[in-house]
Design a protein around this ligand. Sequence first.
Ligand SMILES: CCCCCCC[C@@H](O)CC(=O)SCCNC(=O)CCNC(=O)[C@H](O)C(C)(C)COP(=O)(O)OP(=O)(O)OC[C@H]1O[C@@H](n2cnc3c(N)ncnc32)[C@H](O)[C@@H]1OP(=O)(O)O
Length: 308
Amino acid sequence: MAGTSDFDPALAISHNFQDTTYSYTERDVALYALGIGACASNAVDEDELKYVYHENGQQFIKVLPTFAALLSLESLPSGFDIPGLQYDPRLLLHGQQYIELCKPFPSSCHIQNKVSLAGLHDKGKAAILEIETKSYEKESGDLLCMNRTTVYLRGAGGFSKTSKPFSYSNYPSNQTSAVKIPESKPFAVFEDRTHPSQALLYRLSGDYNPLHSDPLFAKVAGFSQPILHGLCTLGFAVRAIIKSICKGDPDRIKSITGRFLLHVYPGETLVTEMWLEGSRVIYRTLVKERKRTVLSGSVDLRGLNSSL
Ligand SMILES: CCCCCCC[C@@H](O)CC(=O)SCCNC(=O)CCNC(=O)[C@H](O)C(C)(C)COP(=O)(O)OP(=O)(O)OC[C@H]1O[C@@H](n2cnc3c(N)ncnc32)[C@H](O)[C@@H]1OP(=O)(O)O
């Protein structure tokens, strides 16, 4: 592991990221949907077949809103290797994700990504790094979505040069993932079992981090076996919200926040509890077998039907 003296936050903050491009097709869209459990328990699910098949002659496959998060990964060809940052990649965990959706995703597209560093924080035992990616549809120039990815770099903290811990961020504080879970009974609860091979399927959407597939790597990282991708868990949770609250319409989702609180092992059952506060859904996801909360956050909806 690198010493904290190798850490240069000023250098990291001044780094200019190169624009990147990415193209996806309907095959990527369908593979992603299967990776986050769409149609896994019912192959003809009337809310979900549209994500994997041209149901009833529909012209295009529908894109799940959390597909947007893949663009943040694809926008970083060198991962989180940024000048000035020193950390052990085996100890990296996904901490939070913020996704803002500007318009529904087409079923295939050429994308241009603009990347910047949105935050860097010294937490003593860890460093927290936040990367922002704005993704534009190449043909129209329209902004499709914005992602902010937070990674938690265990063992990389302690780099502050003064007694006040270093903390830099350049975005509004209302876009954080910290939510207060209501004490009332949830508006809806949705249970879904992940498959033991869930991470092996999900990784084919582009996150090949061995933490999710290699038993030895997972042990070094501190886990008894490979763990599920955070974005896969988030995909399950948002799918639950679309089914339970949006009547199966993915285009209702405007923005998504999620904080990963604990790892999930593939094969575990995810129970997502949801509370409706105006046009905002507060949610948390628990692993049923261990009775532990693994994810919490909020989802803002557009045009919610008041009959709910
Ligand atoms: C581009 C898209 C792809 C990028 C993806 C990255 C690659 C992927 O392949 C990797 C993954 O998917 S990893 C799997 C998903 N993530 C996880 O399983 C992590 C689950 N969370 C944990 O284990 C702990 O919360 C843990 C370990 C994160 C923190 O626990 P503790 O060390 O006990 O922390 P704690 O003492 O409670 O807090 C210390 C300070 O850190 C802040 N913090 C805590 N959890 C955070 C989190 N999840 N995200 C952001 N910040 C977090 C706390 O607020 C605290 O700060 P402060 O003292 O200022 O309040």
